[in-house]
Design a protein around this ligand. Structure first.
Ligand code: PLP
Length: 295
């Protein structure tokens, strides 16, 4: 299947306060963001034309930039309005929303205090597939060689481009080996997350998930924890060592892109997607679905 490259599509992209034609949303090759990874972004989804948890994403976007020592020159409310405008102008209902901010071209060295901060928002079609039976088969995870870094070595709470270098390498290796994704450990060898999603396990009706102290505390992760608690399911956030995975029954990952996706295997560890995974898929689906379409 050939997919139209992202720079050759039609529509509108919001750039630094204005809507521009898709092909005109360009930056110079000498941009600090490209050379020195001074770039943060968000990944969001609209369902039925409305962005799920838009303000939480806008706030995380602003925080990510601050953690990289720059200020995005728009407020969360302005970003929320801009994102909705791009969804509406591109006439999309179910789509991915990608805000990105980066340091520009004024300084091409490590120090870049005088750079202009650029912000863009693009959207693209991403239908929501609520095929539960397909999902319940579970995906297979490799175990990545790279580990989530020590918080003293990287701004790990930021959704920053630089932190994805090891994710891309790990995901490529996983795919080459026939897996859907890779589970990453952290710098202390504890279970952390996947290359673009958080991870959960279950045993005896209780959900266990790693403490998000050195990886992205996903907005979906927090949503799923809230939904589980609402059902009366206990959720324990704790340190989980890989050796403990033999004792778990179910495993699922979650994120804006993954939504809730059950896992059947992570390296040598096997899981059987069942009641809790299904319940979390159902609850998350109901949560994101636009209210007027809800059953
Ligand atoms: C590395 C990583 N972890 C976790 C997540 C989940 O975050 P969210 O639920 O906010 O999409 C993502 C993004 O989707 C991610 O890229």
């Amino acid at each position: 299947m050939s997919v139209l490259p992202f720079d050759q599509r039609d529509g509108f992209i919001w750039m630094n306060g204005n809507l521009v034609a898709w092909k005109d949303a360009t930056l110079h090759v000498l941009s600090h963001g490209l050379h020195y990874a001074s770039c943060v972004f968000e990944g969001e989804r609209a369902y039925g034309g409305r962005i799920f948890k838009s303000t939480e994403h806008s706030e995380r976007f602003l925080t990510s930039a601050q953690l990289l020592d720059f200020e995005i020159p728009f407020s969360a409310a302005e970003l929320d309005r801009a994102k909705q405008l791009v969804v509406d102008k591109n006439n999309l209902q179910n789509c991915y929303v990608r805000p990105v901010a980066w340091r520009g071209s004024e300084m091409m060295a490590v120090a870049a205090q005088n750079s202009t901060i650029h912000v863009a928002i693009a959207v693209w079609d991403w239908p929501s597939m609520f095929d539960v039976e397909q999902k319940m088969k579970g995906i297979r995870l490799d175990i990545a060689d790279y580990r989530r870094p020590d918080p003293l070595t990287a701004p790990c709470r930021a959704k920053a481009a630089g932190l994805y270098m090891i994710c891309t390498i790990s995901k490529h290796r996983a795919e080459r080996r026939g897996y859907a994704d890779a589970m990453m450990l952290d710098w202390q060898g504890r279970v952390a997350e996947c290359t673009g999603a958080n991870i959960f396990f279950t045993v005896n009706g209780v959900i266990h998930t790693p403490i998000a102290d050195c990886f992205l505390d996903g907005i979906t992760r927090r949503t799923v924890i809230g939904l589980a608690k609402k059902r009366g399911i206990e959720v324990i956030e704790r340190r989980i060592m890989p050796g403990e995975l033999t004792g778990f029954e179910e495993c699922f990952i979650c994120g804006t892109g993954a939504e809730v996706t059950p896992v059947s295997e992570a390296g040598p560890y096997k899981f059987t997607p069942s009641a809790i995974s299904r319940a979390m898929i159902d609850d998350y689906t109901a949560e994101v679905r636009p209210k007027q379409q809800a059953a």
